[in-house]
Design a binder for this molecule. Sequence first.
Ligand SMILES: Cc1cc2nc3c(=O)[nH]c(=O)nc-3n(C[C@H](O)[C@H](O)[C@H](O)COP(=O)(O)OP(=O)(O)OC[C@H]3O[C@@H](n4cnc5c(N)ncnc54)[C@H](O)[C@@H]3O)c2cc1C
Length: 457
Amino acid sequence: MYDVTIIGAGFAGLTAARTILKTAAKARVVVLEAQKRTGGRCLTVHHLPGPVDVGCSWIHGYKEGSAVRDLVEELRVECYTPQKAKGSVLTAKGPLDPSLTTRLSKNLSNALGSAASNTTATSEESLASSIFAPSSELFSQLASPEERNLAKSLARTLEIGMGVQLEDVSLRWFGYEDSAKGTDAAIVGGYDVLIEKLVNEVEGLGGEVRLGQHVEAVVPSSGDSHGVKISINDQNGGKADIASRLVVSSIPLSLLQKGHTSLFPSLSSRKQHAIESTHVGQLGKIVLSYDKAWWPTDIGVFTVLPKQERGKAKRKPITWVKPHATLLVYLPVPVVEHLEGKSASEVGQAMHDYLSTSLPIHSASTAPKTSVLTNWAHDPYSLGATSTPLTVKSVSAGVDPTSFIELGRPETLGAADGKPRVLFAGEHTSVNNRGSVTGAVESGLREGRRAVHLLDL
Ligand SMILES: Cc1cc2nc3c(=O)[nH]c(=O)nc-3n(C[C@H](O)[C@H](O)[C@H](O)COP(=O)(O)OP(=O)(O)OC[C@H]3O[C@@H](n4cnc5c(N)ncnc54)[C@H](O)[C@@H]3O)c2cc1C
């Protein structure tokens, strides 16, 4: 019998395993991962001239200090804080005057500050209703309709990180989280270097990491045993049961919402409500790899704004991944829902055509050599990007930040002794850092420690 069985070999599951094994060297710990690879929503592609992260890419709040920074330091993983690239905001009419860009950014920051300090918002009000209000600081000293439209378009770029449209974000709770604040750093060689180090450490400490093991059911053991029975499908049709004293689930929220709660019997009604009423957003990426860069290489990040706010599908913020000739384009809502699942080369060609004809920068002569398109929306083990800020719909259904605590609360699964049988980790269980690797790592630390205490390991 295992002491702890962990479902999922992403950051939350692997951190939980490491935390237990570092505290209790003799603990019997196994990580069961349904896919044939570790990492979950961390995925680095290595077939381009350099590594490119198509899932998570940044360690947020690196200089300020975060659980991920602690982890990279403990595991001696090399990171870098990219030099502040010469950013450029581009419109179909040409690059925006830097002083106008500065004014627009300052206005946006002020409008967000006011939205975050609003304590009287009703559950129906959205972030859009605040920052797009005629009296909003977003439009301060912007006289022309064209400038006001540019300010709105710039605000739309917030939807990349949020995974939802501004009209869906609840004003009532906007700004309470720490998520994605501070300096960003990246990992030399890609984020999966950190996953690999974690797997090696877990195995080095005596834990097992088993791939291709889809957990189908977790039920309290019958008879005198105080643990659980875990039923596994190895995806080749092979089935097996294993016994464990405790389970830590890091199954993503979207999977729990789409019926995977049937994995666990008798979840409390509070947990069910929190699962059903919180929201998972969308974010994708397309990577265009060329033989030679055709854009000005002194610009690290382009933010491409439409001439005016005609349709949200026109927003395409771009990052240039140094040092190879690669464009990484973030695909926010609602564009991503239309593009993911289509052919990478067709979408890549269309994106190339769009960029090379509509950007007022050097024209591209050749099509991309390789295009990589993410598919997080349809991947059966992610079904979306990450949990989002609280939405208007969620808040109207009675959800508030404590719902994220509820998502991380242990469950007894109806066990006769009333003792916890399953603990819940994952980015969606973090109150302050949901939607990020920081949230996933924090949740793994929290549930790893909880397992040690509960089992007295
Ligand atoms: C496009 C994109 C960009 C992002 N960018 C950033 C960024 O720059 N910085 C940042 O901090 N965060 C970013 N994130 C968020 C970050 O990737 C996630 O928050 C984090 O990786 C989630 O880790 P997790 O362990 O909670 O879940 P996951 O990584 O999803 O791990 C869960 C694991 O459980 C497995 N699993 C599910 N069901 C079963 C089952 N029944 N049996 C066995 N195994 C199962 C899955 O296969 C998966 O491996 C981004 C996410 C996306 C999609």
